[in-house]
Design a protein around this ligand. Structure first.
Ligand code: ATP
Length: 235
């Protein structure tokens, strides 16, 4: 049984049909990537999974149970956390307060989780008392991922972690994503930067105009002439 399965999911913004019959699976332990150009429906798919944009029809099955339409806070307590596009950190709160917000549904001690996030992102430890909004884009990205980890998710949804980052930082963030996965968290990664995404993922789905147009192992997708031309910047 897959950890997560989408069956013919359709989601709309008003009349705009932004996710069309999306079917996909994520197995426990995997890194799976959704690639596609601007407006292809990647963010819409993540928002549908996380209950921010409840699907109009279709099924979303997590750990064997249907979860479509449940609110986001329920998703978090069931083990799905999201690091959203544009980061959406709490700018006026400190780094530490942001991390604590990621675990707001828990009543137990957070020390171990905070220590784990600081180990993955030493920069956040240095900046623990700083207002989050004053940090660089890369640091805010780290904080958004760290905050998502605070709920101890089984499945982590990452929306464009490379967005707006300098190339060296992109590499660093992706190494950390791999490390998070090695530590046992399954990852669904949305990326416009297909090059780096297909390097760390085991499988990928290509979205175009709201539909899945290709699904394969990351290796096969990297070799696919259409993918190379459209998403890997090759002719
Ligand atoms: P991006 O990298 O730009 O986020 P994406 O693949 O994630 O691209 P989506 O954000 O899922 O694409 O957008 C899919 C479609 O839904 C697009 O046509 C977009 O214009 C539309 N859309 C997205 N958000 C909204 C919204 N809040 N209201 C109306 N239409 C929206």
């Amino acid at each position: 049984m897959a950890l997560l399965e989408l069956k013919n999911v359709n989601s709309y913004y008003g009349n705009i049909h932004a996710a069309r019959d999306i079917s996909m699976t994520v197995e426990e332990g995997e890194i799976v990537t959704l690639i596609g150009s601007n407006g292809a429906g990647k963010t819409t798919t993540l928002r549908s999974i996380h209950g921010i944009l409840p699907p109009r029809d279709g099924k979303i099955i997590f750990k064997g149970e249907e979860i479509q339409g449940l609110p986001s806070h329920t998703m978090i307590s069931r083990g799905i956390a999201q690091s959203p596009e544009g980061r959406k950190i709490f700018a006026r709160m400190t780094v530490l307060e942001n991390l604590e917000m990621g675990a707001y549904h828990r009543r137990d001690r957070l020390d171990d989780d905070i220590a784990r996030v600081y180990e993955l992102f030493p920069r956040l430890k240095e900046r623990a008392k700083q207002e989050a909004g004053t940090m660089s884009g890369g640091e805010q990205q780290m904080l958004a991922i760290g905050r998502a980890l605070m709920s101890r998710p089984t499945l982590l949804l990452l929306d464009e972690p490379s967005m707006g980052l300098a190339p060296v930082l992109v590499e660093r963030i992706f190494q950390i994503i791999e490390e998070i996965n090695r530590q046992g968290t399954t990852i669904l990664l949305v990326e416009q930067n297909a090059n780096v995404a297909l390097e760390i993922a085991s499988r990928g789905y290509v979205l175009e105009s709201g539909s899945v147009v290709n699904a394969n192992s990351a290796e096969k997708l990297r070799e696919d002439p259409k993918v190379r031309e459209a998403y890997l910047g090759e002719i």
